[in-house]
Design a protein around this ligand. Structure first.
Ligand code: CTP
Ligand code: MG
Length: 232
């Protein structure tokens, strides 16, 4: 991609990190001395096609986040919302008007390899309107009611979905528009697009794009980062 505004990235980082246990909002917890959010932005800035980055930060931390990200060019910080879709909408509203393609990327997937970001962008550039990285599911997955199993779900067709998820800007705006069907039921942005009946393309995900969710994930993230520093 040469010239133009580049691909915009919306970086939801306003969650509390309740599953990580007590402490600061998750994106501001540190990994080898730096907030998860700083690791996430550094990775995105390694991708030449990435243009403006809009971070949705916890409302009370906007100034702190601006200061921590001041060294990175092209980063805007806005206040996020109560639920993740609220944060995505707040960030989307702050993307410069000329940006046509956008990625939505969890700040909590702070060690996502730049090559995965490039793969999602490549799929958008070949005409996909919506793109998600997926990985096979390792565990057998069952439905339960109370403490009883009600069904075993055929695993071969299941995939776990990661971010960055890529969209044309017009499609993401339509999907997030007030009144989108079942908006509150969707845990990711692609789900909103599926609800509109628009095809979502998959690309192979990457296990290092895992989301820091529980305390063990922080230990894994630290090991991955340490290994990268020892053997870049
Ligand atoms: N997120 C956000 N705004 C919210 C909720 C979540 O911007 N109101 C962001 C988080 O900061 C994170 C990403 O969405 O980068 C994925 O959410 P999740 O892993 O659930 O993070 P938290 O909501 O912070 O964690 P928890 O659910 O354990 O509280
Ligand atoms: Mg959450």
């Amino acid at each position: 991609m040469t010239g133009g505004p580049g691909v915009g990235v919306l970086l939801p980082a306003a969650g509390l990190g309740l599953r990580l246990g007590p402490g600061r909002p998750k994106a501001l917890r540190t990994l080898l001395g730096e907030p998860l959010l700083v690791h996430a932005v550094r990775g995105l800035r390694e991708v030449a096609a990435v243009g403006p980055i809009v971070v949705a930060a916890p409302g009370q931390d906007v100034e702190d986040v601006e200061a921590r990200l001041a060294a990175f060019p092209g980063v805007t910080v806005v206040a996020g919302g109560v639920e993740r879709p609220d944060s995505v909408r707040a960030a989307l509203a702050a993307v410069p008007a000329e940006v046509r393609l956008v990625l939505v990327h969890d700040a909590a997937r702070c060690l996502t390899p730049p090559r995965l970001v490039e793969a999602v962008i490549a799929a958008l550039l070949t005409g996909a309107e919506a793109v998600v990285p997926v990985v096979p599911v390792a565990d057998t997955v069952k439905s339960v009611r109370g403490d009883l199993v009600t069904a075993t779900i055929e695993r071969s067709s299941l995939r776990a979905v990661q971010t960055p998820q890529g969209f044309t800007r017009v499609l993401l705006e339509r999907a997030h528009a007030a009144g989108a069907p079942g908006a509150h039921l969707h845990t990711d942005d692609a789900g909103l697009v599926e609800a509109l009946g628009v095809a979502v393309r998959t690309v192979p995900g990457d296990e290092e794009a895992f989301k820091v969710t529980r305390p063990l994930d922080l230990e894994v993230a630290q090991a991955v980062l340490q290994r990268r520093r020892n053997r870049p």
